[in-house]
Structure formats: structure tokens, C-alpha cells
Design a protein around this ligand. Sequence first.
Ligand SMILES: Nc1ncnc2c1ncn2[C@@H]1O[C@H](COP(=O)(O)OP(=O)(O)OP(=O)(O)O)[C@@H](O)[C@H]1O
Ligand SMILES: [Mg+2]
Length: 548
Amino acid sequence: MAIAPRAEQYQKLLTLFKQMQDISLKIQTLLESENPHQDALKILKSETSFDGVQYWSLPPSKTSARLEAFASEYQNVAELGHQLTPSDPILAYVFQTKKNLILETIPHEVKSTSPIVSEGTKSILAMPVLQNFELMGVLIVERKSQGNFDELDVQFLEFITQQLVSLFLNQQLFLDQKAFSKKLQSAVQEKTLELRRAHERILENQKVLQKENKALKSIVELDRRDQDFIGNSPAIKQVLSMVEKVAPTSATVLILGESGTGKELIARQIHFQSDRKNAPFVTLNCAALQESLLESELFGHEKGSFTGALHQKMGLCESADGGTLFLDEIGEMSLSIQTKLLRFLQEGEFYRIGGKRPIQVNVRIISATNRDLAEEVKSSRFREDLYYRLNTITLKLPPLRARKEDIPALCEYYLKHSKFGGVSHVKKIDSRVIDVFLTYEWPGNIRELQNTMERLKILVEDTEIKLDDIPMAMRLPKESANLTHFHVETPLDDIEKAHILRSLAFHQGNKTRTAQSLGITIKTLYNKLHRYGALGGGAEEPSSSLSH
Ligand SMILES: Nc1ncnc2c1ncn2[C@@H]1O[C@H](COP(=O)(O)OP(=O)(O)OP(=O)(O)O)[C@@H](O)[C@H]1O
Ligand SMILES: [Mg+2]
């Protein structure tokens, strides 16, 4: 007889364990539930024999409790969200003691005042839901029968309460994590978008740079192609054969010659005939910059190395790496920069202004000057050691007057090629113009000839440059400039001719004023000029030139 109740007890325990296991498993699936309180209570109600369950949550302020969820067979007295003061007789006990309250029967005054008690409830168990000894809420279990809660019920519900606390906490963590992930995701998206925009901007800039680069390259190409070298005279042939010999070496070259003789052009010839031709040819005009700027241009500077050095700057020595650095007008370089240049030539390395790290480059130096550099050395304006470093090879360019044979070819060349571009309407040059050019001294050398041709191509209206188009001063015979030179045999006619041409030059070709100053009529002046061959076509009438 004693076995039956024990078997019953055992059976009850088994059922209870099974229930606990099932409920626990089901509660664990509620992590992503939108209403975990309500869903958990539904599970509790459906898996147990309780007739009603309620969960009242308690906010941190603990001023009132709120009906968070319920699952019940009764018509519930309170609605979801109902707020209840802690003075409610059922809650008050749990709040104060943090202990279970079991009402085997419900006293009338409790039934009439507490909305927790539903219609038809005969007994109630109120259990505190605690987290770290802090009250989070109260779980209420109701039964239709009286006095029906035993120790097993209490143990079971305490287990379930712990499961609920874990669920609520995990869900809070889960929601926080989710919100954080969402925030993170949108931040990542925003950054991705920013990066994409920056990338697009970089691509855009790159395109602009590529375009610029292409344009610059084509200018450089043009520059290279435009650099035809005209000249077949023995003097120039000698220079060109030297260029051929020195170009393939890395020897420093010093180019001497009067202004406009083609020193820079020869420097380019050397570079483009060397195996450095695909590397940069960089020119620095030493006369164009004041000392401090010249040093920074040559060697570069570090950011902040002097007032105004806002960015790091690469010097031309670095830009020319692998190629040629052409130092034009080297005679104008100050002694202090000469010292730095000498150190660079001796050691093959230099420092940017304000820089601590030596920079090594492979640069060939070609320099040029129209000064007599040996004389500059003698008078201590140029360092002797630098002079010898620079002039491993010296090329001396002849003035144009010493290679007059090249004048016709140069004229032909400038007739077809303009430094301003475009095609000129002028196609021919009268041979008498060339004759005059051959007698002229060209103190400005090839540059003067080039400029004269450019000017004529613009001013001459005809398609041919005629004698009358060229400046009178050029047409004067050399000896006419020197009347003081007395020879007793000089014929009077020659003296007259020289005097007339000299007066004409004095009046800058103005025939009216020349005639007036000589005290002759303009017709007489024309007749005489015609006789001397000093009038273009010779058929010109006085009246047509009165505009002079
Ligand atoms: N042999 C040549 N054939 C064609 N053009 C030439 C020749 N020599 C020089 N030139 C042209 O003459 C002009 C002057 O030449 P360049 O600038 O090389 O002279 P430079 O000796 O460096 O003069 P400066 O001493 O004044 O700097 C340039 O426009 C150049 O293209
Ligand atoms: Mg020059």
C-alpha cells in the first residue's frame, strides 16, 4: 500500500522533469521573439496544469508594476499594460519580502481590491523574479481549486523563473547587439560610400593628370621635333662632329659662345644623341633667379625649411635623374651655390634645403655661358675647381658672321618654320635680300636672324621678301659707317653715296626727312638711291614712297 503513493510521487516527478525540459527548450527558442514575455507565458500555460499565469514587471524606479503578459482561462480583471501601485496586497508582500506568497484561499478583501485575482481563481502563488537579488517583476500562477500548491510546484516555478530571467536578459543583449550591428552596418555603409566617392574623385583627378601628362608629352615631343639643327659650314661641322663624340659619354660639357649662337640647341643635341634621350632634359637658367630661389630650384627643400616653404619640393637635380641637367648662363651663379654644385659634382649626392638625408642621383651636367669663364676664374668670380669639373669637354660655338655659308639655309628654314606656329603667306626671298644678309654682321647671331625673318613674315604683304622690305641699316655697306676713314684716292661719288646712305639710316629710312636734311629734292634722292641699287625693285616712283 505504501508503494502506490511513492510510485505516484515518482511519476509526478518524472512528469515534472519532462515539463521542465520541454519548457526550457521552448523558452530558449524565443530569443528573436517580438514579445518574449507573452510567448513565454503562453508556453508555460500550455505545458502545465496551471489555470492562469501573469507577469508583472517592475521598472527600475519601482513606483508601479505593469502587467506585461498573461495567459489565462479566466476573464482577466486587468488588461495588458495595466499599472498597479506597490500597495496592492499581493504585490506588496513580494516587494517587501522578495519571497513567495501562497494564498491557499483568497481572502475576500484581497479578491475585492487586487486586479491580480481573476474571476474564478481560488488559490494563487506569487513568485519574485530576481536578477542578482534585484526584483525585476512578479510571476503569478492561479488555480481554480483551493490549497493546491505544494513544494514541487514551488521548485518547478523557481526553475522556470530563472529560465525567464535568462531569456529576458539574453533578449536584451541580443537586441542591444542587433541595434549596435545595425549602427555599425550603417556607419560602414556610410564610410564605404565616402570611400567610393573619394575613389571616384581620385579617378577623376587621375584622368585630368593623364590628360595633362599626354598634353605635356606631346609638347615635349613637339619641342624635340622642332629642334632641327641647320648648318653645313666647316665651323659648324666641326662642332657637330664633337657632339657626336661626346654625346654617348657622361662627360660634363661646357658650351661657350656669343648670345644667340645656339648653345641651348647644342646641349639638346648632346642629350638626344645620348642613351639618356628617353629621360628628362631639364634646363635651369642661373641668371633668372636670385640666390636663395636658385638653390631651392636646384636642390629642392623640405617643408618648413624656410619661411614660405609650405610643401616639400623636389629640386631639378632630382627631376633630371637619369637624364641631363642643362645649367644655362652658369657664369651668373653666385660663389656660394658654386660651392654646393661642386660638392654635388664631386660626391654625386646632395641635400635638399633643410633635409637630413643625402639624395643620390645620376645626372649629366651640361653648362653654357656667353661670358669668358677663364677670365671669370682669373678675376676670382668663378671657382677654378668647379670650372675644371664643368669643362671636361668645351665646345665653342662660332658666331654667325664666322659661318655665313649657313645663312641661306637658315633663311629657307625660317621661311617655312615659325616659332609662333602656323603657315605664313610669304613663300620666297629675293636673292638680293640674301646678299644683304650675307654682308650683315649679325651681332645677335642666329636669334637675330630668326627674329628678323619672323618680323618680315608678319609685315611683308607680298608673298616674297624684297630688298625694300629689309631695314635700311642692314643695307648700308659696312664702310659707309666709317666716313672719318680718309683715303686720298676715294672718289667723290663714293663719299657722296656713303653720306647719303648714312643720312638715310640716321633718319631710319625716312626719305622725305633725308632729302630735307641733305638739301636736295626727294626726286634727286630717289634717282641717286636707284643708281646705288639701294631701292628694292628700283622702279619705285618718288610719290609712292612719300609716306616714309
Ligand atoms: N643651327 C641652328 N639651326 C636652327 N636654329 C638654330 C640654330 N642655332 C640656334 N638656333 C635658334 O636660335 C635661337 C637661339 O638659340 P639658343 O637659345 O640655343 O642660343 P644661345 O646660344 O643659348 O643664346 P643665349 O646665350 O642668348 O641664351 C633659338 O630659337 C634656336 O632654335
Ligand atoms: Mg641660351
